[in-house]
Design a protein around this ligand. Sequence first.
Ligand SMILES: Cc1cc2nc3c(=O)[nH]c(=O)nc-3n(C[C@H](O)[C@H](O)[C@H](O)COP(=O)(O)OP(=O)(O)OC[C@H]3O[C@@H](n4cnc5c(N)ncnc54)[C@H](O)[C@@H]3O)c2cc1C
Length: 479
Amino acid sequence: MTTTELLDQLRANLGDDGVLTEPGDVAPYVADWTGALVGATTAVVRPANTDGVAAAVRLCGEAGVAVVPQGGNTGLVGGAVPDASGTQVVLSLGRMRRIRYVDPVADTITVEAGAVLHAVQAAATAAGRLFPLSLGSEGSCTIGGNISTNAGGTAVLRYGMMRDLVLGLEVVLPDGQVWEGLRPLRKDNTGYDLKQLFIGAEGTLGVVTAAVLRLLPATPRRATALVALPSVDSAVRLLPVLRERAGGRLTAWELLNRQTLELVVAHVPGARDPFRTPHNWYGLVELAGSADDELDTLLESALGAAVAADLVLEAVVASGPTQRRSLWALREGISEVQKVEGASIKHDVTLPIAALPKFVAQMAPRLDSVLPGLRLVTYGHVGDGNLHYNLSAPVSDDAALHAAAPELTRSVYDAVTGAGGSISAEHGIGVLKRDAAAALKSEVENELMRAVKRALDPRGLMNPGKVVPPDSASLLVTD
Ligand SMILES: Cc1cc2nc3c(=O)[nH]c(=O)nc-3n(C[C@H](O)[C@H](O)[C@H](O)COP(=O)(O)OP(=O)(O)OC[C@H]3O[C@@H](n4cnc5c(N)ncnc54)[C@H](O)[C@@H]3O)c2cc1C
């Protein structure tokens, strides 16, 4: 099938507005969120339903054309954008946004994959329930993308990652068949748990078209504080104190360094440092609970104990929703402001929590010796052992950062793996971390990954080149 024939058939199945080919129309779909990766595409297809996705995948398969699934395109590892060949088709789920069904008795919500996370949270709230996944990109990222990256965010400490919130999936397989696994069951021990294969697969095994997700009890009450910390060690030691005092109500325990706070205050309109004196480290803690919970009292008593134990230097407890939002803005504005400050290298690493203080202490001098003036933008979900250990270029010297990038990243990854950590906590592998991740896995683990890929996508047409390094023997397109 020629490209013209493929486009004609795609239009016949999806309608003219379901197939974009004009350069101006496809431009937003071929560049990633950071703007650093820009690919090219034959077409962007935008099916309106599962049958349309199945038809598009089948037709591309018949033409031997690779498909790149895309949700909100907020991924940070280049997984959702096509390569530069111009031969791949982007399959956007942007028109499949329906909230199909909320079941307040079974505590489930059934949604299409293109539904934006914020809309799903709002639908859960409207039903008096909570969908707890919460990310800085929640106004743009989609449920399909959240599932495919096994997204984390700021409430993992209490509710787990996306994997913990998925009960059932509907998936279009690489040959165009639909796997109907949209079951709301909490218990289903009938063999391999197939949905787990697609969660975190970054679109390399099929296209997620719909999901049944868990809902939880609403948490209308919140108590939030920003605390100044003497060290990362105190952040780690504070976690059991907070857990002991607040129990299951502890929802977020986030960390940021001074450099990060300064960037946010400099660039986010209205953001301000609530403390009179600067500190090296800050923690953002949040408790959430029911209308009856006395959360302010709980939080104040936990922080009082922390001050007495010299784990906290000073604290600002939010006096209401407006102050709560302004404290969270200091944390959530970080990704955007790093863009404004020039080039940066993003490391999304996870370590055993107890290893965080040593990691942070040893990395600063090590990296400064590689590139003096490097700015360490360190923040993350300390309660999960997950740091966004980002490196911003010395002021006005992006070129120096680019030149030093391989050595800087090698240093970070060596320290992370040496401490028993992982080089990808929540952002996934995509194309940016593919080779580094493969190099760190055992041959047994790499071959298992390739075997799964071969079993589901023998022709290597589903998001090729992402997550699993191409295996020339098995991923050859044969027609
Ligand atoms: C400001 C900001 C803050 C962020 N904060 C966090 C955070 O706290 N935690 C976190 O985990 N991530 C975070 N991210 C990263 C990103 O938002 C998440 O990875 C998110 O889950 C991606 O969703 P998306 O819809 O944008 O997916 P996309 O970027 O479109 O795609 C991501 C991957 O999933 C695949 N994919 C997308 N949809 C489907 C589908 N329906 N079927 C099969 N494959 C699909 C793509 O091919 C790609 O490989 C942040 C990003 C930004 C820009």
